[in-house]
Design a protein around this ligand. Structure first.
Ligand code: GLN
Length: 273
């Protein structure tokens, strides 16, 4: 089997995946340890017998629903390649908007930053890679997630990041110029939880009580004692939660409350001072 024939197998994922061709290309990169560019320039490359066998076995697993990031063990986020396991949320492109906004909100070269529910470490590591003088702390309740984030931090050599295990603010004290979080925010009854990649992700990273708003409310309430004077709080949330999140922040006397959309044009992030 050559590369063109292998890529043509993406037809087996049509109707099962939103991105059949990209999925197959990422599986091939993983199996052949080559870049996507290599495949474009070498369509005649012949897969070895071992490569063809691994490709077929991963494609079968993808056909049965497993996320590509679990099959390859990695996912690109911002400019970084992150190790991913089934113990965390798979980083999403939508969350890169939160990183962009954080960089815009905090123009200082130095800042103390908290990332609550860091998972793979995606947000903390992306911010730290852009701002070497920032001190970024990523926290996760789940021991496997905290050790995965630590592994990503070490592999990327981002020494300005500290990863801690604990519940929200529990392992830290002091004041922060920026607190960010992509917390669980899906309503436990949401039918979206029964579809696609999300079925293979930990529910603890996805769902929250109070129609998905309970963790956002807890963080917004508690963050007040951890924010420096003029410090910013920035959340990712569901596309239909902007008004509710703004209302929570208003009730807690936050100021300069504002929201923005993700690259897909859905309301996705809200921040306040
Ligand atoms: N945006 C993700 C989804 O809809 C959920 C992320 C989260 O709950 N923090 O699948």
């Amino acid at each position: 089997m050559n590369i063109s024939e292998a890529i043509a197998c993406h037809s087996r994922l049509v109707g099962l995946s939103d991105s059949p061709q990209a999925d197959v290309e990422l599986l091939l990169c993983h199996v052949c340890q080559r870049s996507r560019t290599f495949f474009f320039t070498h369509p005649e490359y012949q897969l070895s017998e071992t490569e063809a066998e691994s490709f077929e076995s991963l494609l079968k697993r993808r056909e049965s629903g497993e996320p590509v990031a679990h099959l390859t063990g990695s996912r690109g986020f911002w400019t970084l390649d992150l190790d991913v396991t089934p113990s965390t949320l798979i980083p999403r492109a939508d969350t890169e908007c939160l990183v962009e906004k954080a960089l815009e909100l905090i123009p200082h070269s130095t800042a103390r930053v908290l990332d609550l529910g860091t998972g793979t470490g995606a947000i903390a590591l992306a911010l730290a890679s852009e701002c070497p003088a920032w001190q970024v702390t990523g926290i996760d309740l789940v021991a496997e997630a905290a050790s995965l984030a630590e592994q990503n931090r070490n592999r990327l050599g981002l020494n300005n990041v500290t990863i801690l295990e604990g519940s929200w603010f529990e392992p830290v004290d002091g004041q922060y110029e920026l607190i960010v979080s992509n917390p669980p925010y899906i309503d436990p009854q949401d039918p979206h939880l029964q579809q696609g990649d999300v079925r293979f992700e930990p529910l603890s990273a996805l769902i929250a009580d109070e129609n998905g708003l309970a963790d956002i409310r807890y963080i917004a309430t508690t963050a007040r004692q951890y924010l420096s004077d003029g410090g910013k709080l920035l959340f990712e949330h569901g596309y239909d939660q902007t008004a509710a999140v703004q209302e929570i922040l208003k009730q807690l006397n936050y100021t300069e409350i504002d929201s923005a959309q993700d690259y897909g044009g859905n309301d996705r992030i809200t921040w306040a001072t």
